[in-house]
Ligand binder design. Sequence first.
Ligand code: CA
Length: 240
Amino acid sequence: MNRILIVEDETHLAEGLRFNLEAEGYGVRVVDNGEEALALLPAGEAPFDLVVLDIMLPGIDGFSVVTELRRREQFVPVLILTARGRPEEVLRGFECGADDYLSKPFELAILLARIRGLLRRREWLARAAAPEPAAPPEVYRFADVIIDFTTLEIRARGEKHQLTLMEANLLRYLVQHEGRAVSRKAMIEDVWGLREDTDTRPIDNFIVRLRRYIEREPSRPRYLRTVRGVGYRFVAQPED
Ligand code: CA
């Protein structure tokens, strides 16, 4: 769940925003002044995914809040709300380090679209920044299993099986991300090259087949593990 901090001193507006954002599935916290907002946003990993920031606030104003956030290297996305969209406020907001703006009064649908846009871009950036682990070698061994990704052959406990190309690609992907939970969405996008809203159930059938090759007891997998609600995780050296 994405968490949004609303910094707004007009109680009616703040509570209306809270209501609508919570209805969209966001976690919402409201504060009515900039000092409190800064106290909630130290440097480093932000406890919020986005800040909706009013400019005219009691105490320090929104410009000062966003300036201070960026000074302390807190790069949480900030959407500023400006009164009547005065151009000088908009320009100053961007100069201070805001990511987007909306002028009051605003259409709720537009605000929601702007929020989704900022959150999406943040996710893309995070994905681009995460280092991809190195591909496994062409011949990969673990436990009593040898996989040859060039011939698509897998040997386990003296038995040899021929993998299909997609079985091999999926297995290579899981091995590449050894130890990490891999979502069905990631597999569909990265292995099959399909969009995330594609039916992901075929993946489960692939896993069933791979387990038959790899696991001693396919019904009690030790290497190709299920991660409930997410997908699967390959573990080369299980501790149990
Ligand atoms: Ca205000």
